[in-house]
Design a protein around this ligand. Structure first.
Ligand SMILES: [Zn+2]
Ligand SMILES: [Zn+2]
Length: 265
């Protein structure tokens, strides 16, 4: 499968030239294989996803904070009758999913009723999506430590797997961290919430994000092949990310960049 990062920024898009080397769009991750397309979260990067009409397309929401859904209405493929997206979340059931998205995408916060009037969306419970996807991939949801909750995902095809842990505060809930570790063992890629540095996180406990340094700690006790840090702070300029990449990270722990593609066999 191929992984592509369409958005690597947390909180708010940052379309400024000091941020463009790593990218300014918020969270959206695309997983492609020959016979399916899976998208995790629809932050502003979702606008740039090429929705494939020849294979089933699935969209999973980790949770419903602005930076994970604000691009949902701006992918032009949604307004074409050729496309249909199977949409679910491990965090809530069908009614909770529609209710959460309706807050953002019906009047008065949005001009149209995108949730009830857009035929491209096929909303479902997470278990229904799991069943619909079973011929293509398996996906497991797990709980993360984040205000209001968030759902991580482990996506597997055969012996290959990707674990997405967005958004998550590492070090606050031992049982959730232990489960994250367990699911990550043997995986090909872990996607890590690196919103803060260790220095910044001191007075941001309970905000629901981890640090960049914690990804390095995690890698030292995990046999995951690669850890990609994303959800970069909207305050962190390219030069600071370059400095971090050169001084803190390793071949196994990297900073994700917008439009970056990874092939996992
Ligand atoms: Zn977020
Ligand atoms: Zn969040």
């Amino acid at each position: 499968m191929e992984i592509k990062f369409h958005g690597v920024r947390g909180s708010i898009p940052i379309p400024s030239k000091k941020f463009l080397e790593y990218g300014g769009n918020t969270t959206c991750i695309e997983i492609n294989s020959e016979d399916f397309q899976l998208i995790i979260d629809a932050g502003s990067g979702f606008k740039n996803v090429q929705i494939r009409s020849e294979v089933p397309t699935f969209l999973l929401f980790s949770h419903f904070h602005h930076d994970h859904l604000q691009g949902l209405s701006f992918n032009s493929a949604l307004f074409s009758s050729r496309h249909q997206l199977h949409v679910a979340s491990g965090l809530v059931g069908l009614e909770g999913l529609k209710s959460a998205l309706s807050i953002a995408f019906t009047p008065p916060l949005f001009p149209l009723d995108l949730i009830n009037d857009n035929l491209a969306f096929n909303f479902m419970d997470f278990s229904t999506l799991q069943a619909a996807a079973i011929d293509f991939f398996s996906v497991e949801a797990f709980s993360l430590c984040h205000p209001g909750g968030a759902s991580g995902y482990k996506v597997s095809i055969g012996n290959s797997s990707v674990v997405c842990g967005l958004d998550h505060e590492y070090g606050l809930d031992d049982s959730l961290d232990a489960n994250f570790h367990r699911l990550s063992q043997g995986s090909d890629l872990v996607i890590w919430d690196g919103m803060f540095t260790d220095a910044e996180i001191e007075d941001k406990r309970g905000w629901g994000h981890s640090s960049i340094e914690q990804a390095v700690d995690f890698s030292s006790c995990s046999d995951a092949k690669l850890i990609f840090i994303t959800h970069h702070s909207p305050h962190r300029e390219d030069k600071e990310l370059d400095h971090i990449a050169n001084n803190l990270l390793s071949d196994r722990v990297k900073l994700a960049r917008e439009n970056e593609k990874l092939e996992i066999l």
